[in-house]
Design a protein around this ligand. Structure first.
Ligand code: HEC
Ligand code: HEC
Length: 157
């Protein structure tokens, strides 16, 4: 029994690096990803959602979180293939919401458990999906702790 649980712990540790503060876009990202999925918000790191979730996102672009993000079919396929190649394999990154939000995963909740409720609601942040509201280098794929600026320290109501 002891050995078994030790292996289980090791497996979890390997699948989830303690520090996931560098999430640059993979080198094989097609230019269409930045161009089509990086205009309304950050081109989210593909590794933060599972393949099942990405399929759901890419299969309903006409009903995209209240927006219409429809693409021509070749571009949709190209982006979907890229996202699936780099999708998370660990269950803790599965979305717990419909439509699927990476901000609803167990992993995201755990990483952000120390963020005060008021910070998510701050007018400068507006939404947890607005990564750049706190991660000042998010556009460059960097989420290091030293680069985080919580909005409540900038602003008083
Ligand atoms: C026309 C604008 C627009 C385009 C283009 C767009 N999105 Fe979005 N997306 C949104 C909006 C609005 C939200 C909801 C943001 C919020 O809740 O603050 C969203 C949310 C998301 C979320 C969930 C974020 C979370 O965890 O809350 C994912 C994943 C996502 N988009 C992926 C994509 C992908 C992939 C593409 C390209 C195929 C794309 N988006 C293109 C507007 C857009
Ligand atoms: C309201 C501010 C805020 C928003 C918005 C936010 N984060 Fe964070 N994030 C933080 C804070 C604060 C931490 C550090 C938590 C800690 O150290 O306890 C963190 C930690 C992280 C980490 C872990 C970094 C490490 O050192 O391992 C990642 C990755 C991350 N965030 C990604 C994201 C992504 C992707 C988004 C957008 C979908 C996002 N965050 C939105 C505040 C925010």
């Amino acid at each position: 029994m002891k050995t078994l649980s030790w292996f289980a712990t090791l497996g979890l540790a390997m699948a989830l690096p303690a520090h996931a503060d560098r999430l640059p876009l993979p080198a094989d990202a097609p230019p269409s990803y930045q161009a089509e999925c990086g205009t309304c918000h950050l081109p989210y790191p593909p590794a933060l959602l599972t393949a099942t979730d990405w399929k759901r996102v890419m299969g309903a672009l006409d009903r995209h979180y209240g927006d219409n993000a429809t693409l021509d079919e070749p571009t949709r396929r190209e982006i979907a293939a890229f996202l699936l190649r780099h999708a998370a394999t660990h269950n803790s990154m599965a979305a717990n919401s419909n439509p699927p939000r990476l901000t609803s995963s167990e992993w995201f909740r755990r990483e952000h458990r120390r963020v005060p409720e008021s910070s998510w609601k701050d007018p400068d942040v507006k939404s947890s999906a607005n990564c750049g509201g706190c991660h000042t280098k998010a556009e460059a794929g960097s989420f290091r702790e030293s680069e985080i600026v919580l909005p409540t320290s900038r602003r008083r109501l």
